[in-house]
Structures are given as C-alpha cells and as structure tokens.
Design a protein around this ligand. Structure first.
Ligand code: GDP
Ligand code: MN
Length: 355
C-alpha cells in the first residue's frame, strides 16, 4: 500500500468513492526540482504517446506533477492537445520547432546528401533513406534544449511514444540528479550500428585536437573507446530515455562540440544519431561521476528492456517486467563497461541474466 505520508484523510470520509468526489490525487510532500518531461512527437503519434504518458503518470508523476513539454516540427492539432492535456497531471505545454532547427544548414551539399540517402537505402540501413529522421536526430543533438519552452527548466526527462515504465518510482529522480550533482543519466546502453556513423569518431578526434580545454580530465573515455581514444567502440546511452541537465547541453563545451559536428555534415552525409552524439559528449566533457545509471527504473523501448536485476528491488517496486528480458548483462550491453569504469559492484543476481 501507499506509505502513510500520502494518505489523505478526506478521501476516506463518508460513503462516496474518492473518484466520484473528484478530489485531487494525494501529492508527495517536499520540494520539487525545476524540471519537466519532454516529448518530441507528431500528431499521428497520439495514441502511442498516450500510452507512454499513462505509464509514467501511474508509476511516478501522479504524485509529483511535473510539467510536460511537447514539441513538434508542425503545429499540434486539437485532438493531440486535448488527449495529452487530460492525461498529464502537471502543466502541459505545446511548442512548434523553429524552421532553422529542423532544416538543412546552408553548407550542406544537397547532391551529396541525396546520394548518401540512396546508398544507405540500398544497404537497407534503418531510416537510411529518411530526411525527417535526420532532422530529428540533429534537433535532438543540437536544438531541443534551446527551445523557448525549455528555457525555464534545469532538468528534463525525455519520453518517447510507445515506451513503458515497469516499476513504481517512489522518489523523485530529478531531485536525485540535483542533490547528487548528476548531469546525465540512462537505463540502456547498446552498441550503435556503425554504418550510421562511419566518420563520427574522426570528427570527434578533430574536435578533441582543436579543443583540448573542453575535455574533462576525469572523463569516461574508457566507456566509449577500448584503445585509449584511437577508435570508438560504438557504445552509447540509448537516448530515447534520458534524465539530464539542460545546462549541460547549453554549455560552451557542448555547443562547440555540436557546432563542430554540424559543420562536418554527418547528420546528413551519414545518419548520425543523437544517442552517440550525446554519449560521446557526456563521456568526454563531463566528470565520469556526473553520469548515473538507474537500475530501479524499469523501462521498455522496442526492442530492449531494462528490468531491475535484483528480485528484492523488483518486488519492492512492484515491477511488471520479465527479469529474463533484462538487457543489462547480455552480450550487446555496454553496461558492464560503465560498472567497471566507476568501480561499482554489480547488483545481486546479474550472473543469471547473461545470454
Ligand atoms: P527510433 O526510436 O529511433 O526508432 O525513432 P522514433 O520514431 O521513436 O523517433 C524518435 C523521436 O522523435 C520520437 O519521440 C518521435 O516521436 C520523434 N520523431 C521522429 N520523427 C519525427 C518527425 O518527423 N516529426 C516529429 N515532430 N517528431 C518526430
Ligand atoms: Mn523511439
């Protein structure tokens, strides 16, 4: 049951059911962080995002009521706004993305970009032929944190259509970030398809040579490279889930990094994802201790699941995920590198969840 602090006496008086009395949900006491959920979506994503919101509200936000910012390259329609406003317990805000943040920069050679799409389409690389997917990845890499609706916030939690949350979240992850000085956090960490980023590491090395002052002395290079920085091992934090600091992306080191990558053109000449871009940035520009892994947040985005490793946690948090689906300790997961880098002890039971 709920912990006593959430019991609202009024809800238990009389014979009328609380639902019919239309009382507000009992709230978790205590301060809130300056934070919001953020979702990039199209109007047609309405029922997929409805499901994700419902899952988040049920597991966490009905007690915390954080705002929810929705962004779109086109205007949201009435139905999208009505359904999502009704599902969110905090304030829902809707923003359109400015054209400059969702288009080809002037220096991109359109013929070269088209040929790249055709080539990737022939090779059947996922989203290889898509222009909009490239705009999306570039927006998530370089612009979402500059949108006017996000300017007022310090932290965000990214939520995508169709995702699911499997466990109760009984405390406030935003406050955890703030109180523990964390800047970036994740739950899943697979390998990127190398065909989508053939020259991303070369561009990164060029940036490192040009801006040694931006590289953090206590960085996580060992998470993303197995040979001291010569090559990228393709490990990335899966950015469809992120709880992170907005100021981190607005900082000079990151803005310089993004600009340098953007000039190199790989968002269009290849298909650079925001996940490897965010990951490389977080790994090189931050102190390794600024990055946090959430074992207790059960999560699904096709095709991967993060389910808390230990049975004690799963039961305590009323998780509904199948522990055998947990990706953490399987062969395609980079999580062991993170544990090794930080000298963290693996949770109870990890051996039974390998491939
Ligand atoms: P995947 O997770 O890499 O397979 O890609 P998704 O299709 O989930 O897209 C990633 C995020 O960007 C999701 O939040 C989508 O709703 C959003 N998104 C993708 N393409 C577009 C687009 O053309 N317009 C808008 N507004 N959102 C998009
Ligand atoms: Mn997705």
């Amino acid at each position: 049951g709920q912990s006593p602090q959430f019991v609202d006496q009024e809800r238990h008086t009389g014979n009328v059911s609380p639902a019919l009395m239309n009382l507000p949900e009992p709230k978790a006491p205590g301060p809130r962080a300056n934070a919001t959920f953020v979702t990039l979506a199209r109007n047609q994503d309405i029922w997929e995002i409805a499901k994700a919101i419902r899952s988040m509200e049920d597991r966490f936000n009905h007690k915390f009521n954080y705002d929810w910012v929705f962004l779109n390259d086109r205007p949201f329609n009435k139905e999208f706004k009505r359904v999502t406003t009704q599902l969110t317990s905090g304030k829902a805000k809707y923003g359109q993305i400015p054209k400059e943040h969702w288009s080809f920069p002037s220096w991109i050679d359109q013929d070269k970009a088209r040929e790249a799409r055709e080539e990737m389409s022939r090779k059947q690389i996922i989203y290889g032929d898509s222009i909009s997917y490239r705009h999306m990845c570039r927006f998530e890499s370089g612009f979402f944190f500059r949108h006017e609706l996000l300017m007022d916030y310090e932290y965000y939690w990214r939520v995508e259509p169709s995702v699911e949350f499997f466990c109760d979240i009984n405390y406030d992850p935003f406050m955890f970030m703030k109180q523990n000085n964390k800047k970036y956090s994740f739950v899943l960490s697979p390998y990127e398809y190398v065909e989508t980023i053939p020259t991303l590491w070369n561009s990164t090395k060029k940036f490192m040579a040009e801006h040694p002052e931006h590289i953090h002395p206590n960085n996580s290079m060992a998470f993303i490279s197995d040979d001291g920085g010569k090559t990228y091992n393709n490990c990335h934090f899966w950015s469809n889930f992120e709880i992170a600091s907005l100021d981190m992306w607005r900082s000079k080191p990151y803005l310089d990094f993004f600009e340098s990558l953007d000039k190199d053109g790989g968002f269009f000449y290849e298909r650079w994802g925001d996940a490897p871009v965010h990951t490389i940035a977080a790994s090189l520009l931050l102190d390794k201790n600024d990055i946090h892994f959430w074992d207790e947040i059960g999560y699904y985005h096709a095709p991967f699941t993060h389910c808390p490793t230990s049975q004690v946690d799963r039961e305590r948090l009323k998780c509904s995920c199948n522990p055998n689906d947990n990706f953490d300790w399987k062969g395609w997961s980079c999580l062991p590198r993170h544990f090794k880098l930080l000298g963290k002890k693996r949770p109870e039971g990890w051996e039974t969840q390998q491939d």
